[in-house]
Every structure is written in C-alpha cells, then in structure tokens.
Design a protein around this ligand. Structure first.
Ligand SMILES: *Cc1c(COP(=O)(O)O)cnc(C)c1O
Length: 362
C-alpha cells in the first residue's frame, strides 16, 4: 500500500566531501604527548583565565552580536578601521563565510596541495570546485603554477603561509608579485594562521597589502600562537565592501561570550604571547637541527610543526610514535606532521625518529 517514499538527497558536493581527519587525541589515563594538532603546549595565561571567570557570570545573556569590542581592539592592533574585520567561530568558519559570500556553482578555487585539509571541504561546501596545484619538492607553494591555474572560472585563490602541513612560508615580495599578476576580480585569501612563528627576512604582512589590493582577504586565528584553540576565534581582514558581505553571511552570534572575553584578554598579553612563541621557535630550531643530524631532510619549518616526507610509510611511522607515547598527524601516503610541543615530548619524538631510521631502510 505504502509506496516507498523517495529519500532526501544530499547535494552531490556534500556526498563527495573528503572527511576532515582531526589530530589524534590521547585516550584517558595514559601519559602521551599530543603533537598532532599544532596546538601550543602552554596552559591558559592567568589574565585570560580571570577574564573567562568574569565572563562566565553573564552566560545567560547572548554575546554582542557584532563582537564590537573585539573587532575594535583588532582594528586598533592592526592599524585598520574595525569595519575591515570579520570575526568568527575559528578562522575556518570565517573562511567558510568568505567562500560562501563569493562562490557560485561552477566556480573554481585554486589552492596549493598538500595544504590545509579544511580548504577543499570549505570550497566544496560553498558549491565550488577545488583546483589543487602541487607544492614543489621543498613543500613550497608553486606560485607560478598557481597563477597559470587561474582560468575564467576561478573565483578565488588560497595561499597558506606558513603552509600547513609542509612548513615553508611565503615572502611578502612573493605575495605582492602574485597579487600584481592576478586579475583583480579574483579574490586572494592569505591564511596567516602561523604568522607569529615565522623567522624569515621577509615575512608576509597581508594587512599591509590591503590598501593596494582590494581583492585580498587575510585570515588570522587565536588558535595557534595565542593558545586558544579550544575556544574557537578567528578573523578576516579585508576591504570594507567585502567585509560587509562576509559579516552578512556569518552565523548570528558566531563567536561565543567566553571566546570574546578570552580573545580580548589575550590581546592585552602580547608580551607573554611573544615569549611563548620564542620558546616554541627555539624548540623548533632544536628539533630541526636534531632531525638533520639524524639524516632527515626537513622542509623549512616556519610554523610550530615539522614535516617528514615519508610517503607510503607515513602511517607506519605514526603507529610507531603512538606505541612510544607520541601522537603525530599522519597524512596517509604522503607524510607526517609533528607539532612542536613541550621539550620532553619533542625529545621523545626525536628518539622515535632516530629509531625509525635505524630500523627502516631508506
Ligand atoms: C590551525 C589552522 C587554522 C586555524 O583554524 P581555527 O578555525 O581558527 O582554529 C587556519 N588555517 C590553517 C592553515 C591552520 O593550520
């Protein structure tokens, strides 16, 4: 009697989404070093903890929908009007809003690959198609190949500097030349999630390029150097007209009250943040030097992580590391990304890396 009802279909882009593989988490009760998600290893700064406690008193109230105080504080810090800042529930959520604001079906979004695994997912959810341009042998963006990949269908280009997971950073000169070579209707999204950790002569400063380039969006986050990954706050800086669109497309009250309070508080702790970043960079240099000493070739590591190009043996390496109490992030068939953690965790990782070379023929 009852004829079978047709079932609800998902959009084809959603059906075919690659799964986001999060960094492995420790199981309860076992001492492990979690070097799998590029978090910093430090506890909450005391001033941030105090701000959170204060904010918790008012959690029956909605937060400020427009995050006015935070966008103003960011604007002041960056030397731009607050009208250029869009905040969101992590910079990945901001990226989703940016892409949803500009993409129509059939559009292409050019990105380096391997790069941040959230990118193709965000692009497909926005109804567009990712176009992946391989990074070079050193894990760097191949900017000329990326420029060549731009077609009439290209709506946006994603640049990730330093590149997660391979490590190298773009220079400001490279970004400037890339912008100059691109058609002005193509949006360039520069993701500077790891900017604090960069120690090159010519680091990117996307915000400084906004006056010259109307088609630029800069993404930054509180998840990495600021140590607030669990709270979820990130932001985009762009010209006013685009920002108005990104804001309109954002989830109402997209940044929760605790996250707003913590982000404001941590912005007032820049000295402590810089000191922590300095410690991470010292550890990074130590880990990179030790790996090179062991015989590994490591791409230029400008974030808070290193990349081991292990190809097919990536998962086996991650299994060995796990058995020794270190969680790393394996990209099956490609390599392993290892975050810089506390010195003891880094030491344990270096022991695993040495043992791996001793037991595995190159
Ligand atoms: C970690 C990371 C981010 C930050 O994402 P949030 O959503 O702000 O936590 C953004 N871009 C890249 C490349 C990252 O690795």
């Amino acid at each position: 009697m009852a004829s079978p009802r047709p079932s609800v279909s998902l959009r084809p882009e959603i059906e075919s989404l690659p799964a986001y593989v999060p960094g492995e988490r420790p199981t309860r009760g076992r001492q492990v070093y979690k070097l799998s998600s590029n978090e910093v290893p430090f506890p909450l700064l005391p001033a941030v903890g105090a701000a959170l406690a204060d904010a918790a008193v008012d959690l029956n109230r909605y937060p400020d929908m427009y995050a006015t105080e935070l966008t103003e504080a960011l604007g002041e810090r960056l030397g731009v009007p607050a009208e250029r800042v869009t905040v969101g529930n992590g910079s990945v959520a901001v990226l989703e809003n940016v892409l949803r604001s500009v993409c129509v079906p059939g559009d292409e979004v050019v990105m380096a690959w391997r790069s941040f695994e959230a990118y193709p997912i965000c692009v497909q959810v926005a109804g567009a198609e990712p176009v992946q341009v391989p990074v070079d042998a050193e894990g760097r963006h191949d900017l000329s190949a990326m420029a060549d990949a731009v077609t009439d269908r290209t709506r946006a280009v994603l640049l990730c500097s330093p590149n997660n997971p391979t490590g190298p950073a773009l220079t400001q000169t490279e970004v400037r030349e890339f912008l100059a070579a691109l058609p002005r209707h193509v949006l360039v999204i520069l993701d500077e999630a790891y900017l604090h950790f960069v120690r090159t002569d010519d680091p990117t400063d996307g915000v400084a390029l906004l006056d010259e380039h109307k088609n630029l969006v800069v993404l930054r986050t509180f998840s990495k150097a600021y140590g607030l990954a669990g709270l979820r706050v990130g932001y985009a800086v762009a010209r006013r007209r685009l920002t108005a669109g990104f804001r309109a497309a954002s989830t109402p009250f997209g940044v929760n009250a605790l996250a707003l309070a913590a982000a404001l508080a941590v912005l007032r702790c820049e000295d402590e943040v810089q000191e922590r970043v300095r410690q991470v960079v010292i550890e990074r240099e130590r880990v990179v030097a030790a790996l090179s000493g062991q015989g590994w070739t490591v791409p230029d590591a400008q974030g808070n992580f290193v990349w081991l190009d292990l190809g097919r043996r990536a998962t086996a390496f991650a299994d060995l590391a796990r058995s020794r109490g270190v969680l790393v992030r394996a990209f099956a068939g490609e390599g392993v990304r290892v975050s810089i953690g506390e010195p003891e965790g880094n030491d344990l990782f270096l022991e695993v890396a040495a043992d791996w070379l001793a037991r595995t023929p190159a």
